[in-house]
Structures are given as structure tokens and as C-alpha cells.
Write a protein that binds this ligand. Structure first.
Ligand code: MEV
Length: 309
């Protein structure tokens, strides 16, 4: 069985979403492919399956597979630890392949299991990444149920309602710093700050406010305002301590040709996104300061069963 899932970028609300604040993310047109077949023993890309190196795949198998051992092969267009959701993508592609083998494919089920796998592997997580790469297009996560509601995820007293959100055709450039960011470490860093500092809690709430404010400019395709709000969100994320000098450098050069720019995902390395009409100029500027640029567009499709690997 072969399955795939896209990458994602968070437009607004990373980190704050872990504490129940809203977040908006889109699936982008880079994918991870997983090939799963029954075998004598568990292996990943020809190596014995290992809970350290193949944590997401192993946790996905532990959660939903009771059959014979599996040989898993993976192929990904998404750089790992880049803030583009490579772990959510491999998790959801693996779950899709396994559930397809069991003839139990269901969008909500994949998204919820995907969240569970990320939660177990990272120690703490929100459902934004896994829901986005499952559903495709745009996702709004919010503690209040709104229009275009899809499903609900609950963990340790936090409730997230997942919604489809219509996203205009945004021209985005992702700039990958080449520095791997650890989501687990960044989420833990923010947790420490959040638990002892009321200022950090105010910053998290402000990120939530900006995210909700972005909904109407997104609907109206008001790129200037979306860009301004992205830049404001980035300032708050920087205060939370999840930026990195290389991200700041890429944001500075991207801003010369963009409506706005921000770090995306967990930070501490990883990537930035810039909203722009001049994708080529932004991509060139990012590469000139040593980043790797990807001109991306939104992926309409989330998880998918494939015919070819
Ligand atoms: C990572 O892409 C997004 C974070 O908010 C963590 C999460 O929501 O699980 C940093």
C-alpha cells in the first residue's frame, strides 16, 4: 500500500495553539510518500525499525496496526526539522497506508490518530499540524466551535475545534535556515516561560488575538493587512524566545519585497515564510544570505492513497 501526505506551514498562532489559542495553517505542495508491505520483520528503508530513529512511524504502527510485521519505505520532498511539518506528514502518510490496508480510511480518524502519535512522540503538541496535512487546504484551530467545523480534539483538559478555512491563493516563499529546529525543545522552552511568567501568558494571548484578526483579511484577500499581522506575530514569537539569528536575517531580507514575514512552525532554526508578489526576488534574497528558498503554493489535497511510490 502506498500513501502520501503534504507539508504544512503555519500562517498564524504556532506555540499559542498548544495553550488553546487559535491558529491558522495551510497544506503546501511538497509531499511525503510511504510504502508499506507485510514482511518477516519490522524495517524502515531497509534498516530494523528503531524507536529512536523511526519514532513517528513506530508510534503510528503501535497505535493502529495489529497484523504481521511491516516493511516501510519512505520518500520525502520535505526537509526534516524544517518547520514544514515533515513529522506530521510522515505520520499521516503512514497512518493512511496502514488504515488503507485495513480498509478503514477516514479523514477524522487519521487526523485524530495523527495527533495522538505526535503527542506521544513530542511529549506535548496541538492538533494543528496533523489536521492540516490530513485535510489539506486551510485549517483554523479554535477553542470555540465555528462555521465550517470538521472535528474536535481533546487532550488533558484542552479542547481544539478543527475547522476548514478558505484561503486565497497566497504567494508564499519558505526560507529554510538549514538549521534543524527541535519542536520538542522549543515547545518545552515556551512551556517553562509560560509557567513562571505572566508576561509570557499575555504574549500567548496576544498571538491568539492576532490570529483571529487575520481571518477577515484572509477572506478579503487583503494582503497588506495579512502581511502586517504576520510581522506582528513574528515579533511576539521572538519575545517567546523561539527565533534564531538566521531566521532574523532571512526575514530582514525577505521584508524588502514582501507584505510580511515570520518564522513558521516551532522555530529555534527551521524556517520562515514570506507573503509576497515577488517570489523570485524573495527567493534570491533568502539564498543570498545562505537560506534555502521554496516557492510554494497551497495543496488542495491532504492525505492520499497512491498508485506509485
Ligand atoms: C509546530 O509546527 C507547531 C507548534 O505550535 C507545536 C504544536 O502545535 O504541536 C510549535
Amino acid at each position: 500500500m502506498i500513501a502520501s501526505a503534504p507539508a504544512k506551514v503555519i500562517l498564524f498562532g504556532e506555540h499559542a495553539v498548544v495553550y488553546g489559542e487559535p491558529a491558522i495553517a495551510v497544506a503546501i505542495d511538497m509531499r511525503t510518500y510511504v510504502h508499506a508491505e507485510k514482511s518477516e520483520e519490522y524495517s524502515v528503508n531497509g534498516y530494523p525499525m528503531n524507536s529512536r530513529y523511526h519514532a513517528y512511524i513506530k508510534n503510528a504502527i503501535d497505535l493502529c496496526w495489529e497484523g504481521e510485521p511491516l516493511s516501510i519505505r519512505t520518500k520525502s520532498q520535505i526537509p526534516s526539522a524544517s518547520g514544514m511539518g515533515s513529522s506530521a506528514s510522515i505520520t499521516v502518510a503512514t497512518l493512511t497506508a496502514l488504515l488503507a490496508m485495513k480498509k478503514e480510511i477516514d479523514e477524522e480518524k487519521i487526523a485524530k490518530m495523527g495527533f495522538e502519535v505526535e503527542y506521544r512522540t513530542q511529549g506535548r503538541a496541538s492538533p494543528i499540524d496533523t489536521s492540516t496535512v490530513t485535510h489539506g487546504q486551510g485549517i483554523l484551530v479554535h477553542k470555540v466551535k465555528r462555521e465550517n467545523y470538521l472535528w474536535k480534539v481533546e487532550k488533558n483538559g484542552v479542547v481544539w475545534y478543527i475547522h476548514h478555512v478558505k484561503i486565497p491563493s497566497l504567494r508564499l516563499v519558505v526560507g529554510f535556515s538549514g538549521i534543524k529546529g527541535s519542536t520538542r525543545e522549543m515547545v518545552e522552552k515556551v512551556r517553562r516561560f509560560y509557567s513562571w511568567n505572566s508576561f509570557a501568558r499575555d504574549v500567548i494571548r496576544e498571538i491568539g488575538r492576532i490570529t483571529l484578526e487575520a481571518l477577515s483579511p484572509l477572506q478579503d484577500e487583503d494582503y497588506e493587512r495579512i502581511g502586517e499581522l504576520m510581522t506582528q506575530d513574528n515579533k511576539l514569537l521572538t519575545i517567546l524566545g523561539v527565533s534564531h539569528p538566521m531566521l532574523k536575517k532571512m526575514i530582514n531580507v525577505a521584508m524588502k519585497h514582501s507584505y510580511g514575514a515570520k518564522l513558521t512552525g516551532a522555530g529555534g532554526g527551521g524556517s520562515i515564510i514570506a507573503l509576497t508578489d515577488e517570489q523570485d526576488e524573495v527567493a534570491r534574497a533568502i539564498e543570498e544570505v545562505g537560506g534555502r528558498a521554496y516557492k510554494v503554493s497551497i495543496s488542495k489535497e491532504g492525505f492520499r492513497v497512491e498508485n506509485h511510490f
